[in-house]
Design a protein around this ligand. Structure first.
Ligand SMILES: C[S@@+](CC[C@H](N)C(=O)[O-])C[C@H]1O[C@@H](n2cnc3c(N)ncnc32)[C@H](O)[C@@H]1O
Length: 233
């Protein structure tokens, strides 16, 4: 299986960047609200930080990722596989799926929503934490007024699907952008009913560390989505 991810870069990111513990993982727990004994799949689990925090609730978690080096750090049940396919999982076999900072790496989000709807039981959960589409549009970025330092946001090509290339260690990653409407419509067509949408700017600790982030506190950076599986057996 070909890996197109720099595992060592990602391990360093997780170790060095407090944003995961301060913002990303708390948002995941808010959305997923994991229940003891329920079985969840962490799609694109990386080195397992999401799996560990969900397992603290007493839930059972399996992870999948395409990167063998990252999977070696998980210390829990994992399957090496390439999303969006979940062909190794039976229909209605898990209580929920979560995808943390993964959807934007997948070229085919439509199949991801369909596969998640197939493997999650009726009324089960899909929780997604992702870079906000306002943030991922090609050409999007902060605009700083030199007169007074005010920061506003350039939307770039928000309305069209697109890609951008981001440096990530020894690789260049392709990030896939879709508008919020595109994402929600694809999820609805696959049978997902939205029951929470959470948009978050940089959190208080990040704002204290970085004046540019402090000036962007009203600009969304992360989006959290929670859906219920409305498909009936
Ligand atoms: C930004 S990291 C997030 C990892 C983890 N969800 C977390 O929050 O720590 C993205 C992860 O997605 C994995 N990934 C990217 N494309 C994938 C694909 N097509 N199938 C499976 N995993 C993939 C990468 O190997 C990496 O571990």
């Amino acid at each position: 299986m070909v890996t197109d991810w720099d595992a060592h870069w990602w391990l360093e990111e997780v170790a060095r960047d407090p944003t995961f513990e301060e913002e990303v993982l708390p948002l995941l727990i808010d959305l997923l609200d994991p229940r003891p004994e329920h079985l969840y799949l962490d799609g694109g689990c990386g080195e397992g930080q999401g799996m560990r925090v969900v397992a603290q609730s007493g839930a059972r978690v399996i992870g999948c990722d395409l990167d063998a080096t990252l999977l070696g750090h998980v210390g829990g049940p994992v399957v090496r596989s390439r999303l969006p396919s979940l062909g190794w999982l039976a229909d209605r076999s898990v209580d929920g799926v979560f995808l943390v900072l993964v959807l934007e790496h997948l070229a085919d989000h439509v199949t991801m929503f369909e596969e998640a709807a197939r493997v999650v039981r009726p009324d089960g959960t899909l929780a997604i934490v992702s870079n906000h589409p306002a943030f991922t549009a090609p050409g999007a970025g902060p605009l700083i007024d030199p007169a007074d330092g005010e920061v506003s946001w350039r939307w770039g090509r928000y309305l069209e699907p697109g890609t951008s290339i981001e440096p990530a260690g020894s690789f260049n990653l392709t990030m896939h952008h879709r508008s919020l409407g595109d994402l929600l419509s694809a999820a609805a067509r696959a049978g997902w009913m939205l029951d929470r949408l959470d948009e978050r700017g940089p959190g208080p600790a990040a704002r204290n560390r970085d004046p540019l982030l402090a000036a962007q506190h009203q600009i969304p950076r992360l989006v959290g989505l929670r859906f219920r599986n409305a498909r009936r057996p």
